[in-house]
Structures are given as C-alpha cells and as structure tokens.
Ligand binder design. Structure first.
Ligand SMILES: CC(C)(COP(=O)(O)OP(=O)(O)OC[C@H]1O[C@@H](n2cnc3c(N)ncnc32)[C@H](O)[C@@H]1OP(=O)(O)O)[C@@H](O)C(=O)NCCC(=O)NCCS
Length: 285
C-alpha cells in the first residue's frame, strides 16, 4: 500500500470529515477542531494519504517547551488494520524526538486495544489510569483557600499532572501553575500542612472542574465535601474530577462522589533520552 504522511491542508477538509463521519456514532470532535488544527499553530496536524485520498490523521500538540501530546488519531473504517495508525504514530514519535521534546504523552480509553498495542510497540509506558468522579452540589461549609506560603505543599500533594481544558489531556504541573492558581483563588486545601489540595480549572457547563487533586484520605474526603459546597455557593450543579489512585477513589466515595461511566482513561508516556552531542532543533511555537 502506498502511504504518504504529510501536513494537513485546508483543502483536505472534505476528505477528513468523510473519514471520521461514522466514528463514535458521528459525534467525533474532528469536524469541530479541523479549522483550528489545520493552521498547525499548536503543533502539526498530519494526514495519511493513499492513492490520493486521506485515509487517516493524527495531531501532535505542543503543550510545553519540553512536552508534546498526541491526539486526533483516526483511520477511516475501511482502511483499518493495515498499520496506518501505527505509521502515523511512528511519524509523530520521530517528529517529537527530532525536535528535542523530552516527553511525549497521550491518553486513550481503557478498552481501545489497538492503541494500547501501538503504544507498547513504540515503547510507551502506562503512567496513569484515571477514572471520572462526579457529585452534585450541596449546602455546607466552603473549603479553605490556599495561601501563597502553601504553594510547595500544594505542588507536593497534587503533582505530577494537571488536566488541560475539559478533555482527556494532561501535562506536568509546575510551581508556576500553582502560584498563578493561588493568585486566582483557584486552590483549596484541607488538613494540617496541606494534608490535601485541589486545583480548579475553568468552569465547564455547570460543573466545578477540578484539574489536579491529591492528599491523605481523611483531609481529601473533607476537601471533596467542601468542594460540593463551593459548587453550590457558585450556583453550579456539580463537581467533577478524575481520580488516579485507590486513596483518591476512597476519599471520593466517602464524600458522595459517583462514577458516571465504568471505563478508565489510560495515560501513556514515552521519554526521550537525548543523544550525547545532539542539539535539538527548536520546537514550533
Ligand atoms: C484506533 C485506530 C486509530 C486504529 O487504526 P488502525 O490503522 O486500524 O491501527 P493499526 O492497523 O496501526 O493497528 C495497531 C495495532 O492494533 C491492532 N488492532 C487494530 N485493530 C484492532 C482491533 N479491532 N482489535 C484488536 N487489535 C487491533 C493491530 O493488529 C496493531 O497491533 P500490532 O502492531 O501488535 O499488530 C482506528 O481503529 C480508529 O480510527 N478508531 C476510532 C477512533 C479511535 O479510537 N482513535 C484513537 C483515539 S485515542
């Protein structure tokens, strides 16, 4: 099979939309993001072409100067199981390595076997299994806001990753993120010496979204209850977050959070070791 991988062009829109038309019952997000992605401003959006037709696609998003993210991997139904997704991943792995990124990550559903296989094939390791939790807002005492002196304690509790936006995308959280979140009153704490902490993201629909969380089970349980009261205070319907370990799951259960779907989001990561003497070319903006 002849297969060419190249950057997407505006004129590919019709083919791209046709390729994803039936994916996820026609609810795929590619049609919504195509115009933005095809500018390549946040990182290259590649298509796989065979016989002059676009049969697959995949994007690499630059999330920080050292971290890149893979998303938008799609292959048109009739073209599957021919190695096209694998070729698109290989292309982006090589791109990330050549540009000097330190780490490449992506997330996928816990039941997406083809992607797990491809991940293993390219030496990715699974670094997280995240599971969604939600709880309705309720009356009660609002939680305590973190102060600037607690920034390191907060980072220790909530690290290492923070969710970006409301999708399945994460990157490493930094002290700077915590500092700016505290300045915007978006960090809540509980317990002695920051026993637990939570960082809020942007409001999504009527949900108070938590983008990073962690701590000991007892203070975390209190904090999660307090966040339900915080949602109520803000006139929101619910609190939502992802838990990433059994302690967090326990705290969420005790604080009245439920699991809206049974699957998990697997987070995969590949780290690049820099070859001695090789200087990376600059990453795209
Ligand atoms: C997931 C998807 C991109 C895979 O595309 P593809 O071109 O068929 O994948 P490949 O042919 O490169 O196969 C990758 C691996 O998965 C295996 N595989 C592919 N389809 C499979 C299936 N239905 N069941 C089990 N294994 C499968 C292949 O054998 C290969 O493994 P191997 O290298 O060990 O042999 C495609 O099915 C798709 O577009 N699905 C809908 C959208 C989606 O889930 N995107 C990914 C979001 S993270």
């Amino acid at each position: 099979m002849d297969l060419v991988i190249r950057r997407a062009r505006r004129s590919d829109k019709r083919d791209v939309l046709a390729a994803v038309r039936t994916i996820w019952g026609g609810q795929d997000r590619i049609p919504d993001v195509f115009d933005r992605w095809v500018t390549h401003r946040t990182g290259p959006f590649f298509v796989a072409e065979s016989g002059g037709r676009v049969v697959g696609m995949g994007k690499l998003t630059v999330v920080s100067p050292t971290e890149a993210w893979l998303e938008g991997g799609r292959v048109a139904p009739r073209w599957r199981r021919k190695g096209i997704a694998t070729a698109l991943i290989a292309h982006r792995v090589a791109y990330a390595r050549d540009r000097g990124f330190r780490v490449l990550r992506f997330s996928t559903a816990s039941d997406n076997t083809p992607i797990h296989r491809a991940a293993r094939h390219f030496g990715f390791t699974r670094v997280g299994a995240l599971s969604r939790r939600e709880a309705p807002a309720m009356p009660g005492a609002a939680p305590t806001r973190a102060t600037p002196t607690q920034e390191r304690g907060v980072l220790r509790r909530v690290g290492p990753l923070v969710q970006l936006g409301h999708g399945w995308e994460w990157r490493e959280i930094t002290l700077r993120d915590i500092r700016s979140a505290i300045a915007r009153s978006r960090v809540f704490v509980s317990g002695k010496e920051v026993g637990a902490a939570a960082v809020l993201g942007d409001r999504y629909n009527a949900s108070l979204m938590i983008t990073a969380i962690g701590g000991h089970v007892a203070p975390l349980t209190r904090l999660l209850r307090g966040l339900r009261a915080e949602a109520q205070r803000r006139g929101l319907d619910e609190v939502s977050l992802y838990v990433s370990n059994p302690g967090q799951a326990r705290a969420a259960r005790s604080a009245g959070y439920g699991r809206p779907w049974s699957g998990e989001v697997y987070l995969f990561e590949k780290r690049f070791t820099r070859r001695a003497g090789s200087a990376p070319s600059p990453a795209p903006p």
